[in-house]
Design a binder for this molecule. Structure first.
Ligand code: NAD
Length: 363
């Protein structure tokens, strides 16, 4: 078949189960490429603890350059006890992940929290609340706010005190709001903006700016919610939400809460997007050193991250959907990795899960 397009993907397998799950996602991308006539060119580089071991730094210049020169990045996970003793700037999480996000301008973090019908009993929420499925998209601002604000120690009224500043510009709020509204237009056209505008000035600007952006999207319903109420509503009435947009720190917490509602950490993908089509795609889970290399890791979160990559960075919507449909088919057929296994289903390993998803794409 004639190749329709050639796409360059930097692959960072990382540490722990990173190589296990990314290998399967690459296999699935190859299947989709073959079926639809695309050439996915993979450039594998080291990032995380493995890069520290090889080069003495978690994000070597060569890796960052390769990322900058590609169309998208597929990442497994980084970190593990072996590197926990290192100073913060050399640790895989801060030294590789945070640096990648800030160097590449990845300001929008998209985290879908989806419950597949076949896995609805995995949710810790009562069935009468959760129903048989759930689909929320959390859009978190990723390069601003308190994690990047001024910080330090000073002499206070009662001795030494520490401070961290939460600051947002209208520009930063506007661009993340646009991402959320654009996403909502492709979904159920409902955005909930989460802030603490009853207390924080930065949240007042957040609310005002999001409300302004909403005027460009008259079809999308916008509501605002204080973060404390949102944390409650997520477990009380999760079906209220379609797209959530929020700041870096609130999004950090709310997106973890949303993912726990689904009950299966090995199933959830994420995308971190820059302006334009460039993005980095990774599962939300960590490097799970306890099961690394044992053919036990669930590769679905990474495979679904590859599906997001096709949709958001390459605009290959049908191809992305083909992966999602294949995952649903395999789950409906009763195949499960150990983390999502329940009695009456068929337990399989990482590699077989990847292969079955490929087979379902080709079926
Ligand atoms: P973790 O997500 O790695 O593991 C938590 C639990 O979930 C473990 O029991 C693990 O076995 C299980 N698990 C995770 N992913 C799974 C999968 N795909 N299939 C089956 N089971 C899975 O979190 P942790 O134990 O807190 O962290 C381990 C290491 O990962 C730490 O060094 C941490 O800093 C790092 N980490 C990295 C990232 C990242 O790279 N984005 C994110 C979180 C944690």
């Amino acid at each position: 078949m004639k190749k329709m397009g050639s796409y360059h993907i930097t692959v960072l397998k990382g540490d722990g189960i990173g190589p296990d799950v990314v290998t399967e996602a690459m296999g699935v991308l190859e299947c989709v490429g073959k079926k639809y006539g695309h050439d996915f060119v993979f450039n594998e580089k080291l990032a995380g603890g493995c890069a520290y071991d090889a080069y003495g730094e978690p994000l070597p210049e060569e890796t960052l350059e390769a990322c900058k020169n590609s169309d998208a990045i597929l990442l497994g996970a980084v970190g593990g006890p072996k590197w926990d003793h290192l100073p913060a700037n050399l640790r895989p999480e801060a030294g590789a992940l945070l640096k990648l996000r800030s160097s590449l301008g990845l300001y929008a973090n998209l985290r879908p929290a989806i419950i597949h019908k076949a896995l609805s009993d995995a949710s810790p929420i009562k069935p009468e609340i959760i129903g048989d499925s759930l689909d929320i998209l959390v859009v978190r601002e990723l390069t601003g706010g308190i994690y990047f604000g001024e910080r330090g120690y000073r002499e206070g009224k009662h001795g030494e005190e520490a401070y961290d500043v939460e600051a947002y510009s209208e520009f930063e709020i506007k661009r993340i709001a646009v991402q959320a509204f654009e996403a909502a237009m492709k979904r159920n056209k409902h955005v909930t903006s989460i802030d603490k505008a009853n207390v924080l000035e930065s949240s007042k600007l957040w609310r005002r700016t999001v409300t302004e952006v909403a005027k460009d999207y008259p079809e999308v319903e916008l509501d605002h919610m204080y973060v404390d109420n949102a944390a409650m509503q997520l477990v009380r009435n999760p079906k209220h939400f379609d797209v959530i947009v929020t700041s870096n720190i609130f999004g950090d917490i709310i997106s973890d809460e949303a993912s726990q509602i689904t009950g299966s950490i090995g199933m959830l993908p994420s995308a971190s997007l820059a302006d334009g089509a460039f993005g980095m795609y990774e599962p939300i889970h960590g490097s799970a050193p306890d099961i690394a290399g044992k053919d036990m890791a669930n590769p679905i979160a990474t495979i679904l991250s590859a599906a997001m990559l096709l949709k958001f960075s390459f605009g290959l919507v049908a191809e992305s959907q083909a992966i999602e449909d294949a995952v649903t088919k395999v789950l409906d057929a009763g195949y499960r990795t150990p983390d999502i296994y329940s009695e009456g289903t068929k337990k399989i390993g990482t590699k077989e899960m990847g292969k079955r998803i490929c087979d379902a794409i080709n079926a």
